[in-house]
Design a protein. Structure first.
Lengths: 414, 414
């Protein structure tokens, strides 16, 4: 049995091969991978069925079981996703900037692959393909560790991708799948300093915490989102209602769904009853402080705290004093993910947009737009809640590094 | 006594104040800091003298003692450095890119401060000022932990900077100095997740290793440089000699000095005797493999390995087979810092520049140019040997993050 380190070293070697491929070669490889997935569809689907049977036997049900299911529709979307990535522009080789020094040195800053990217994720088997091909388009090899409940599906998917690579004369380990019995490979991946260039954990707090505990390699976290809608005194009530309902209810389990409604003290008693009613109509369970209760004209239960990511149809409501009060709340309780101000007042909007230290700050739009697809990145590997390297939706550009190319005519340093 | 966490939380609060300052306000603060350093010069110099006396009593001498000495010239340069940083363009607020989505959302990617930057460094007291003001120009507060041997100097310098801040109505903790008896504050700084946004260790392997062991916050390493000069068959011999001597001898203790000379097999017996003689004339101690000995026409001692960062007048010499052989050597033994090809052949140069995975790759120039000042960044906080966030010389831009500002007219996600 190959160790995690041995597998990672093979993948690192494969990353060097990928870094030297042309855009056409990478695109052809991606199209071959899409083709190979279709060719292996029967085997992949059978493997997925075995995972489903085992999951049911282990008592898994509901949303978790659903996520594991690689059904007809998801399979087609996954394969189409690979072809879409092939069509995206290649970020590698882009001259980010170039300049000339007084001594005649010509310096260019060039986008290059990162190298080997480790990704640790949970139950969805399609993530195996989605993340491998996005990293590959940016010239990176991947070391993937998916959820154990999807182990047969992931093996079959990685085998198909690896086969396509081999047919193109590349190592199968351009996509390397880590397999373990328990969770022992996670700390091992964290310690592959000098081999893994970046580790991206995608999952719950337990996973993130384990990774941070052990990581000696750079990590970009995809942690939680406690997103806010601040309804300012100068908000258009119709727009405020539409945005609040969308941000909370359209897909409440996502990290860019709103968890907290902040209402400006000035005018709260006018707008809050309407917002509360609209949320109730959508089946939202509301929490609120005393001021919110007064403004809403009904008793709301106080939330346990203001930092909860409900991820369901629950929302906390608080009355704050103007933009400054909203910003104070964000600073103290927010997660710096996505926050919106609804207002018709340009000065207030500017103060909020400037003052909120969030990956994405919105003026008169739903927080639900924090997404690589919605931002126009073509695809995303996740949403970074860090401020280093990448912040917010991570697309192809965020999966690159850079190097400096310096051309001289014999210059030496005096 | 305030704990490291309490101090860091104050500094984090101070960072929020800095993030909201205008360029003018930051520049005025920097000029006030320069003025305050001059005002406190006597006290600072006395504190430095006390550190020097204690260091001598503890048996410290030579280069280490010299680095500790904040003499007249260094003091003036340090103060002038603060004024220079005030004159640099402000990276904050820059619109990195902006675009419009089909649904009408206007998205801008804006440069913002990182927040609180922890810096752990060794004996030079002027680093306290240099790094604090560079971070501050980019809107960041700093949590500084310098060498213990400079503790009185660092305290006096940080007090001066803090006083200037207070006179401007800002918290002194825009520059927060961590003081400890031993090294216990280093692991504490590493664990300040959510408070410290970035940690930059600048020092030897022991320090880097301690930081990686404990870090739960993002780290950008400033580790070692094993830099190479590859003299290709089509090199101009005069240029090759000039570059090799400069890269090895001009300042051998720096991370961008060359440690290994790679000579192309074709023509090695013509050029190597000349290079060996020139290096010997400069007092360089040479190591080499058998092929190098044969080509040089004299017996060279084999190096213990090809990964040593000598940091003195020592150099390893190896004969390799063309660009491909040089790239193989770099991949196996290099540190991906700075590497040069000397050649008159454009195709070979392109192959090397493309294939070498180094922070800075050079064609016909000395590796010694890998430096924020030489690159035209105005100043540098160090040279990153990581590939995440910043690679190579780190100037003001590398001390920033970004956020997305999204402006709508009530858009919701369908």
């Amino acid at each position: 049995m190959i160790t995690v380190r041995e597998l990672a070293e093979k993948a690192k070697g494969a990353s060097r091969r990928l870094a030297r491929l042309s855009t056409n070669e990478k695109n052809n490889l991606l199209l071959a991978m899409a083709g190979e997935l279709e060719l292996q569809k029967k085997g992949i689907t059978e493997a997925n069925q075995q995972d489903m049977v085992a999951a049911r036997a282990a008592g898994i049900s509901g949303a978790l079981l659903d996520r594991l299911d690689l059904n007809e529709k998801r399979f087609s979307e996954m394969v189409e996703g690979v072809r879409q990535v092939a069509r995206l522009p290649d970020p590698i080789g882009e001259v980010v900037k170039q300049w000339r020094r007084p001594n005649g040195l010509e310096i260019s800053k060039i986008r290059v692959p990162i190298g080997l990217i480790g990704i640790i994720y949970e139950s969805r088997p399609n993530v195996t393909v989605d993340s491998a091909v996005l990293c590959l388009k940016a010239g990176n090899a991947t070391l993937l560790r998916g959820g154990r409940e999807a182990k047969k599906s992931n093996r079959a998917l990685a085998d198909a991708l690896g086969n396509a690579a081999k047919k193109k004369g590349l190592p199968a380990e351009v996509v390397a799948l880590v397999e373990d019995e328990g969770r022992e490979s996670i700390p091992e991946m964290c310690r592959l300093e000098g081999v893994v260039d970046l580790l991206i954990p995608r999952g719950g707090q337990g996973l993130i915490s384990t990774v941070l505990e052990h990581a000696r390699v750079p990590v970009i976290k995809h942690a939680h989102g406690v997103c806010h809608i601040f309804v300012h005194r100068a908000a258009d009530p119709d727009m405020a209602e539409k945005i609040v309902i969308n941000a909370k209810c359209q897909r409440p389990a996502t990290c860019n769904a709103a968890e907290t409604l902040l209402v400006d003290q000035a005018g709260a008693e006018k707008i809050l009853p309407r917002l509360v009613q609209a949320l109730r109509t959508q089946g939202v369970k509301l929490y609120g402080d005393e001021a919110a209760s007064r403004a809403a004209g009904e008793k709301l239960v106080c939330p346990a705290n203001w930092e909860t990511e409900y991820l369901d149809l629950s929302m906390a409501v608080r009355v704050v004093d103007g933009v400054e009060g909203a910003l104070e709340h964000l600073e103290k309780h927010g997660s710096h993910h996505s926050d919106t101000i609804v207002t018709g007042d340009r000065v207030a909007a500017e103060e909020f947009l400037q003052g909120a230290d969030s990956a994405a700050v919105y003026w008169n739009a739903s927080t639900r737009f924090t997404d690589g697809g919605e931002f126009g990145f073509g695809a995303e590997i996740g949403i970074s809640t860090d401020k280093i390297h990448a912040r917010g939706p991570m697309g192809l550009e965020e999966l690159t590094s850079y190097k400096y190319r310096v051309t001289g005519q014999g210059q030496i340093r005096e």
